[in-house]
Design a protein around this ligand. Structure first.
Ligand SMILES: O=C(CO)COP(=O)(O)O
Ligand SMILES: [Zn+2]
Length: 215
């Protein structure tokens, strides 16, 4: 199989795994991933992660022209903003994952650091997660908000909507967004309890040792 055919299969396999575990339901969520020649494979608008067809993924060439497959996700401006501002981005994943969305609705969440520092892995894989305001789905202003972060954040949380994470490839982006959802779940499970988060010294240790962008 060609590298592009492999990537098509991988996107659909990972999407189905996310769907089967309830990480995004119905026709919510979208994935994009760079092809070897600088193009982009993107999940079609209105498609369900549970039954994506590898042959129908939207294909863009390296100039950003739609050259094949179904109409792409309406969140293209959001995905494009990550590629434009983060040269290391090889894939972007967006979900409507329940616990992250619930956490985004709570008063008192820090918009600059959406997740409380509960586990080392969340810090290693996500850095600081920026909470963005409420936008209508498909609003190009989301792309402007991501551009405003100047490539400093790999993960953002769209308030009352869902997380968006860029990674070096589609597997890395999926693993990181799963970490975001799991951490939001832990935050909710421990909300209001006498919680013991990681200390500043522990966070600094993780940030230094694993070269995490923690601006
Ligand atoms: O998550 C979604 C909108 O935010 C799904 O939209 P698409 O079906 O256009 O990808
Ligand atoms: Zn969405």
């Amino acid at each position: 199989m060609s590298a592009e055919a492999d990537l098509r299969e991988l996107i659909c396999t990972l999407a189905k795994s996310l769907y089967d575990r309830g990480l995004t339901g119905g026709s919510s969520g979208n994935i994009s991933a760079r092809t070897g020649d600088g193009g982009l494979l993107v999940t079609p608008t209105g498609s369900s992660f549970g039954r994506l067809d590898p042959a129908r993924l939207s294909l863009f060439d390296s100039k950003g022209i739609h050259v094949g497959g179904d109409k792409p996700t309406k969140e293209m401006p959001l995905h494009s903003a990550f590629y434009e501002t983060r040269s290391t981005a090889g894939a972007v994943v967006h979900l409507h994952s329940c616990h992250a969305v619930a956490l985004s609705m709570l008063e008192g969440v820090d918009p600059d650091n959406f997740l409380p520092p509960l586990t080392p892995y969340a810090i290693m894989k996500l850095g600081k997660v920026k909470l963005l305001p409420v936008f209508l789905p498909g609003d190009p202003a989301m792309g402007d908000a991501v551009r405003g972060l100047a490539g400093k954040r790999s993960a953002v949380m769209l308030a009352n909507h869902g997380p968006v994470v860029a990674g070096k490839d589609v597997e890395a982006a999926c693993y990181a967004i799963e970490e975001l959802e799991d951490t939001a779940r832990l935050a909710l499970l421990t909300h209001g309890l006498p919680r013991r988060p990681l200390s500043d010294a522990q966070i600094n240790d993780i940030v230094t040792r694993f070269d995490v962008d923690w601006e």
